[in-house]
Design a protein around this ligand. Structure first.
Ligand SMILES: Nc1ncnc2c1ncn2[C@@H]1O[C@H](COP(=O)(O)OP(=O)(O)OP(=O)(O)O)[C@@H](O)[C@H]1O
Ligand SMILES: [Mg+2]
Length: 505
């Protein structure tokens, strides 16, 4: 352990208030060189606000920051970066039209004879990805990248700065298992080189795998800190939520009814091939696979977001044509996308309108009492999903990452769909709220809704789904009934092998 070394970073009594909200209240935090500090807390606890305060995006209202014993204050992210603090933020901020390499060096491009040295930018970016052992074309435009790839660009950007403190705010939320292992390796590399790392995650297995110490925040306040070797997971959870959490996967006893949705021979020139499956009333059909297996692409096609798709879709035995999301919604299909930032929420609108936007025509746009009705609908979903917000008229951009996700969920649930496709519904949602979301899904199916659950979390799929479709490289590898599914079988199928891996060599 490295507890004897002096702190690289010390925060004392940090307060940050937004209109009416105390996001950070007297928070203190110490991180030493060569140590990975896990910053733990529920959705809205103040983790990202702390990161932004540390990196010059926000200025603290009170308190002080010391870097290697020297008091510092930053007026911009650039300032913090120059002092050696860099962060990969929860919501990626990038220039979509620029290339991967340009995004990494934007604002600090190396110059040669007064001109930007593009060659050098590209070769430096290439070296970074080699170090990361990630294959990414440095000339690709960021707008064409997947969520996971965008994250890797952010990580590369942080690594390119040779920082003393590297902060990773939920870096693994959209990475595949292999990419997560790569990230662990990089974090360990940084630690060995004496960098201080602050690591934010809602996944406890990750925290225990990669971090040395923890600091827990709750409602913007410092709660506890210590060595992870001295604490158990349940103890950590109860510090975080202030109560013990059990039964994250309540599975209501539902006997699936007749077939509601039938997809036959779904094909796309590049993304997936010959995908057929059916969904019954009251059923939760899990879709498991590695990132890139084609699950989200199939769902986007089913929701009318993709052109060039062949195959048929039937609802209640009748073939339907879904050429746009409006068609899908008209047929009672809703889709909660994985990428809430780009596809899900209207960040600059209040929570209220975000939830009721798709149903405004039904609520009656110009009718008196619309506002009251809207508020009632929004309040219902906000309560059910344990949304943490000051009020319903607050802009979604002001919510914490996990709470934004809940708004997107609420918005689609309010359309009262027959079939709902949930793509990674608990990504970025804390362990306590996760139980609330699972409970809610369980209640919905008990009422007759059918759910397609795309998830990369094996316990979530196994805990909730009645049947599990496993995809690999754009095809369905196998389908397992709840009773026969084992983690070994599913993981093996996701890697393209029908037997457990040891029998498949
Ligand atoms: N710009 C802002 N304006 C108003 N309130 C804000 C703003 N940014 C954050 N908040 C509020 O501050 C609190 C802390 O939010 P923060 O994003 O730091 O939470 P978090 O711990 O990162 O949660 P999550 O796990 O969901 O990402 C929340 O109540 C949030 O709504
Ligand atoms: Mg956050």
């Amino acid at each position: 352990m490295t507890t004897n070394t002096s702190p690289v970073l010390q925060l004392t009594g940090i307060c940050k208030r937004f209109a009416g909200i105390v996001a950070l209240n007297q928070v203190s935090l110490t991180v030493r060189a060569g140590e990975v500090m896990a910053l733990i807390g529920e959705n809205g606890a103040g983790k990202s606000t702390l990161v932004k305060t540390l990196t010059g995006i926000y200025q603290p209202d009170e308190g002080s920051i010391a870097l290697a014993g020297q008091a510092v204050s930053f007026s911009s992210a650039q300032d913090a970066m120059q002092a050696g603090i860099t962060a990969v933020h929860q919501e990626t901020v990038m220039f979509d039209e620029l290339t991967v390499a340009e995004n990494i060096y934007v604002g600090r491009q190396p110059c040669m004879r007064g001109c930007i040295d593009w060659k050098r930018i590209e070769s430096e970016a290439q070296k970074l990805f080699e170090r990361l052992e990630v294959t990414l074309p440095v000339r690709a435009r960021v707008k064409d990248l997947s969520v996971a790839q965008r994250h890797f660009v952010e990580i590369a950007r942080a690594l390119s700065q040779d920082a003393r403190v590297v902060i990773l705010d939920e870096p693994t939320a959209s990475l595949s298992q292999r990419e997560i292992q790569e990230l662990y390796r990089i974090i360990r590399q940084l630690r060995a080189a004496g960098t201080a790392v602050i690591f934010i995650s809602h996944k406890f297995d990750e925290i225990f795998a990669v971090a040395d110490r923890y600091t827990v925040l709750r409602d913007g306040q410092f709660i506890a800190e210590g060595a992870l070797a001295d604490i158990s997971e349940p103890e950590l959870v109860s510090l975080m939520v202030g109560r013990s959490v059990k039964d994250a996967y309540p599975k209501a006893a539902v006997t699936p009814g007749e077939v509601v949705l039938e997809v036959r021979n779904f094909c796309h020139p590049t993304e997936f091939d010959d995908v057929s499956f059916s969904l019954r009333q009251g059923e939760i059909l899990g879709f498991y696979g590695l990132v890139g297996a084609g699950r989200s692409e199939v769902m986007q096609a089913l929701f009318g977001l993709t052109s060039g798709v062949r195959g048929t879709v039937s609802l209640h035995g009748k073939q339907v044509y879904i050429a746009s999301p409006a068609d899908a919604v008209a047929h009672g299909i809703a889709y909660v996308p994985e990428d809430r930032q780009h596809q899900g929420a209207h960040l600059t609108l209040p929570i209220l309108h975000n939830i009721t936007l798709p149903i405004l025509s039904r609520v009656g746009f110009f009718l008196r009492g619309r506002r009251a009705q809207e508020t009632a609908v929004a309040r219902h979903y906000a309560e059910q999903l344990e949304l943490k917000a000051a009020h319903l008229t607050q802009n979604v951009s002001e919510l914490s990452g996990g709470n934004q996700q809940k708004v997107v969920l609420g918005k689609w649930l309010a359309t009262d769909p027959k079939v709902i496709i949930l793509d990674e519904p608990t990504k970025g949602i804390d362990i306590g709220s996760k139980a609330a979301v699972h409970r809610f899904i369980s209640e919905l199916v008990a009422k007759g809704l059918s759910v397609i659950l795309v998830s990369s979390e094996l316990p979530e799929v196994m805990g909730l789904a009645d049947r599990i479709v496993v995809m690999h490289q754009g095809r369905i590898e196998n389908v397992y009934a709840r009773a026969e599914a084992t983690p070994e079988l599913i993981v093996a199928a996701a890697s393209g092998c029908a037997q457990p891996l040891e029998e498949c060599a």
